[in-house]
Write a protein that binds this ligand. Structure first.
Ligand code: ZN
Length: 353
């Protein structure tokens, strides 16, 4: 990593995105370049409809992604298996050993987009956890309880206490990534845990707290799951991300939903941050006086956790104000995405060279 404070220029190892939603079909083709032009690899989430739960489905989805990568761009999609109550240990082990599945994703049933077929009770798939622990296959967790009696702002903390702690008592060698953490509780938990436990942190949870959703009216663009929390949680996340601790690394959770799907009587959860993600993280690290720690967070700790080689390519960021457009167009004018930071000016730009 090379930081030139006078020129306002940083060259860093090419980053990876350890949590990404690409969806499928036309939408995937439209959003993929935003990620592939910056990130070298990405963990692709399997919550499609139907979910990516078999080796064949993952292989086919990977092929569709690979055929949509713009020419001249090097990008590797890392596929994940969607866990259901009926997941087979044998299929997961085969998929992992063949290099099709890099990890498996646990969605508690009905916790977020396309999670209806997720796991209804963790005890239903004990044999799967046992296999994953034995073969070292990472378990990626959407860590929220789905009990509607638990306040939505408390669901992550409740998950840690009720589900994650008992899971790790039963499977102490299981490699776990607690995805898109949003609370001080999660930060503390991951910090205190063994090196087998890590967490991804999104750019948006570093920038917004829960007030963003209600600023002057109902702002669906800032609605995501897990939902943004109080300010003290956001501050704890910023501290964790910029701490230099290897258990925290980059995962955007960028999730494209057309504006019309977000602005409805039951709007979709998700923030589309891919086009300006690395710039958004750079802003946070700059504000925290931790630019020298950006590279390890964005481009090293994740690869080390997953046991993958570090990227040898690099990207350059320049301190130059850049206005984020209001919309990210799709095929027709009536269909569009609203990128995170829409209408805001970010201070860091990715150099084209
Ligand atoms: Zn996600």
């Amino acid at each position: 990593m090379n930081i030139d404070p006078e020129l306002g220029k940083i060259t860093l190892r090419q980053p990876d995105d350890w949590h990404l939603h690409l969806r499928d079909g036309e939408l995937m083709k439209h959003v993929l370049p935003a990620t592939a032009s910056i990130f070298r690899r990405a963990i692709v989430m399997p919550n499609l409809n139907p979910p990516i739960a078999s080796i064949q489905a993952a292989n086919e989805y990977r092929k569709r992604i690979l055929s949509s990568i713009p020419k001249g761009v090097s990008f590797t999609p890392l596929m994940t298996a969607y866990l259901t109550d009926n997941s087979s240990s044998a299929v997961l082990e085969k998929g992992y050993r063949e290099g099709v599945f890099v990890a498996a994703k646990l969605y508690p049933a009905n916790s977020t987009t396309n999670s209806e077929e997720g796991v209804s009770d963790l005890r239903n798939i004990d044999s799967v956890f046992e296999t994953m622990e034995r073969i070292g296959m990472p378990l990626l967790i959407h860590g929220e309880v789905t009990d509607t009696e638990i306040d939505i702002f408390d669901r992550e903390a409740a998950f840690i206490e009720r589900c994650l702690v008992p899971l790790l008592v039963s499977f102490p060698e299981l490699k776990v990534v607690l995805e898109h953490i949003t609370t001080e509780d999660a930060v503390q938990f991951v910090k205190q845990s063994s090196s087998k436990i890590a967490a991804t942190i999104t750019a948006h949870h570093l920038h917004i707290n829960r007030n963003a959703m209600f600023n002057g009216g109902l702002r669906s663009d800032f609605y995501c799951l897990p939902v943004a929390k109080r300010e003290h949680h956001r501050l704890a996340l910023r501290k964790a991300a910029t701490s230099g601790l290897p258990c925290f690394f980059l995962g955007t959770d960028s999730a494209p939903h057309e504006r019309r799907m977000k602005e409805s009587s039951c709007g979709c959860a998700g923030i589309f941050s891919a086009p300006f993600a690395i710039q958004s993280y750079a802003e946070v690290f700059d504000q925290e006086g931790a630019l020298d720690r950006l590279e390890s967070f964005s481009s090293e700790f994740g690869a080390i956790f997953y046991g993958m080689p570090l990227n040898q390519s690099s990207i350059t960021l320049i301190k130059k104000p850049h206005l984020v457009p209001d919309v990210y167009p799709l095929k027709s004018e009536s269909n569009f995405l609203v990128p995170f930071h829409a209408g805001e000016t970010l201070n860091w730009t990715v150099s084209e060279q």
